[in-house]
Each structure stands twice: as C-alpha cells, then as structure tokens.
Design a binder for this molecule. Sequence first.
Ligand code: NDP
Length: 258
Amino acid sequence: MSRFKNRVAVVTGGAQGIGAATALRLATEGATVVVLDLNADGAKATAQQISAHREVVTAGGQAVAAVCDVTDEPAVDRVFEEIHNEFGRLDILVNNAGITRDNLFFKMNLSEWEAVVTTNLTSAYLCSRAAQRYMVPAKYGKIVCLSSRSALGNRGQANYAAAKAGIQGLTSTLAIELGPFNINVNSVAPGYIATSMTAATAERVGSSPAQHQEEVAARTPLGRVGQPEEIASAVAFFASDDSSYVSGQTLYINGGAR
Ligand code: NDP
C-alpha cells in the first residue's frame, strides 16, 4: 500500500514507543515523516532507522528529525513553519507526545497536574493550531490525537485522565471547526501498550515490566497487552483517505478490556 505517497506528516513524541511505530508505518506507505521530539538524539536515531528500512525505501518514504518541546508555544510555531518551508506542505499531524506523573489525588501536587495537562493536552492545542495554518489554505488535513483508555477514569491518574478526556473534547470540536476545510480530526484511545511509559509505571508500582504486563494481560479479553504497531495501524487509518468520512471520533484500542 502507498496511501501516503507525496504526503508530509509530523509525529510528535516520535523518537520511541507508539510515536516511532506510527512514524515507521506512515513512511512504509510512502510518507515523508518528521519525527519531532524533545529528545534530539532519539529523534535523529529513529529517523535514520526509518529511512534505512527496506519497506520505506521501496515505498519512496523517508523520515527526518526535528527537535521541539511541544509545550513551548514559540518553538512549536517556529518548527511547523520550518517544516512547511522545507517540504512545501503539511498533510498529517499526529499529536502523540505525552507523559505521566501518577499519584493518588490527595497527594497530587500542582506541578504533577500541570506537567501532565500541559504535555498531553496543551501541546495538542499548540501543534494543531500551528498545523491548521497550512492545512486550511490547502483544503486538506488529517489530525490524529492520542487519548487513552484512562480518559474514562483510572486510579492515580486524575491529571492524565483529565488531559486525555480533554483530548476527546478537543477532537470533537476541531472536527466541527476544521471540517469545512476538508480536515478530519480523530483520536485513538489505547489501553495498555508495551512501551517505556508503561515500563516506568511497572517500576513505580514495584513490579517488573514483564510481571506487570502479565497482570494486565490476565484481565484483558485478548489475553495480552498491546504493541505500538497495533496503535500505529489505527492511526494510519485515520491519517489516510480510507477514513475520509470519519471525523470527531475516538477509537478505543484495548484488547476488549473495559
Ligand atoms: P513514550 O514515553 O514511550 O514516548 C513518548 C515520547 O514523547 C518520548 O519520546 C518523549 O521524549 C516525548 N515527549 C515527552 N514530552 C515531550 C515534549 N514536551 N515535547 C516533545 N516530545 C515529548 O510513550 P508512549 O509511546 O507509550 O505513548 C505515546 C502516546 O500514547 C502518549 O500520548 C501516551 O499518553 C499515549 N498512550 C500510551 C499508552 C501506553 O500504554 N503506552 C496508553 C494510552 C495512551 P523523552 O523520552 O525525551 O521524554
């Protein structure tokens, strides 16, 4: 498939985990992908690996790295302008960058609250606002946001749940406001996916990643945790014209778990 031939995509937090898998998936279908991350070395290494991937070369895709803190308003505006200047278009934005700072609500301090809301939610506002400046005149765009199953509520994640529920409200509203410009906006809401984010959660609760994954798998109907590639394939659906009449939706991807 080469659904993204000649398309330019930005994946925030693309250096690792779900973002890296998404960047690879888009590039294997022909996209030029900007791997945008706080981690300069990580973004560069991931972009190099993607560009060298056999399927990416065959599809005519490529990946380049960009360093940006997605919570920094001027830096976000600047990097999107640079990307548009370099490639002449911007078709796809994946708002993927995110962090957790879990704590029980009565112990959660303001910096834990603000860090999570700013990195997971305000960043999506800043990046979507920057991206639509180029998508609206082109009358084409796909914005895909990472929400979470935790948006429905999760012990120790009041900050994260609020931010990820906020992503869903942002998604439905952007779909309404940007729809007239042929811009689709959707979200995916993963359950437990094996990445460094969930490995850190395991450590926090005094477990090993493998042991933690086993516990989660035992209460998941499909009997296992998810892999980043299984989120990337859904993001690619929303980023493609296969979902041309889908907008304002959130797809839960959690192995059948509630
Ligand atoms: P990872 O922690 O593996 O990757 C997140 C990436 O985002 C890292 O490379 C990180 O860089 C980057 N990042 C963090 N803050 C910023 C910032 N301010 N500016 C730019 N980049 C930043 O996370 P996952 O791959 O697990 O998660 C990706 C998304 O999916 C997140 O939004 C997460 O909330 C969501 N999600 C994940 C689930 C899971 O089970 N893994 C479940 C549900 C949703 P650095 O390493 O330098 O901090």
